[in-house]
Design a protein around this ligand. Structure first.
Ligand SMILES: [Zn+2]
Length: 187
C-alpha cells in the first residue's frame, strides 16, 4: 500500500468514527499566541504537549530552523496576519538544540542537488540571475543567534504594532525542557 492509500484509508475511518469531534474549535487562537518553530520531526507532538498547546490554542508556524529569512517572506506574513486578523498578542520563537539547520553542510547539500540530476547549467542560470543558492540554503551557526535574529526581525518589523510580546525560547527535543533565551516582557 502506498503512503497516500494508507493515509486515505485511515482518514476514512477517522471521519466515519467522528474522531474529529474532540478537536472541534475555532480559527481564533484561544491563547492569543503565535508560535514559530522548527519542522524537526521530534517536535511534531512533543512541542505542543510540552507547551500545553491544544487544538485551537495557538497559531503554529513551522519551517526549517524556525528562522525568518526575509522581512517580507511568508513566515513574517503569517505572523502579521495572526496579530491583526486573529488577535495574537504574543509571539514565541521556539528554536531547539541539535537543529539540523545549525551548521548545515551546504556544500554537501549542493552536491546532493547535483547528484539528483540538477545541472550545473541550472545552478549557473540561478547565479547569473542573482540567486545565491548556497547562501539561501545556509542555516545558522548557533541556535541562540538565530533566535535573536528572528526576534529582532519581528520586533523591528515596520508593520508590527506596539504591545506584542516577542519571546525567544529553546526547547530540548529529547526532554521538551524549555529555556528562555529572550523574555519578551522585558524591555
Ligand atoms: Zn530544527
Amino acid at each position: 500500500m502506498s503512503k497516500l492509500e494508507e493515509i486515505l484509508e485511515f482518514n476514512k475511518n477517522f471521519v466515519e468514527n467522528k474522531e474529529y469531534e474532540k478537536y472541534e474549535t475555532s480559527k481564533n487562537p484561544k491563547k492569543k499566541m503565535v508560535i514559530l518553530s522548527c519542522m524537526d520531526t521530534r517536535l511534531t507532538d512533543l512541542l505542543p504537549r510540552a507547551l500545553n498547546i491544544k487544538n485551537g490554542d495557538a497559531k503554529l508556524i513551522k519551517n526549517a530552523g524556525a528562522a525568518i529569512m526575509h522581512p517580507f517572506g511568508s513566515i513574517m506574513r503569517s505572523i502579521i496576519v495572526a496579530v491583526y486578523e486573529f488577535n495574537a498578542d504574543e509571539v514565541f520563537v521556539v528554536g531547539h538544540s541539535g537543529c539540523g539547520m545549525c551548521n548545515l553542510n551546504t556544500e554537501g547539500l549542493l552536491q546532493k542537488v547535483k547528484d539528483r540530476g540538477i545541472s550545473e547549467e541550472t545552478l549557473n542560470t540561478l547565479a547569473n540571475g542573482g540567486i545565491d543558492v548556497k547562501g539561501w540554503l545556509h542555516g545558522f551557526d548557533s541556535v541562540e543567534k538565530s533566535i535573536e535574529d528572528s526576534v529582532n526581525m519581528i520586533k523591528n518589523h515596520p508593520l508590527m504594532p506596539e504591545g506584542v510580546a516577542i519571546h525567544g525560547l529553546i526547547i530540548d527535543p529529547a526532554t521538551g525542557k524549555l529555556d528562555v533565551h529572550i523574555n519578551g516582557y522585558e524591555k
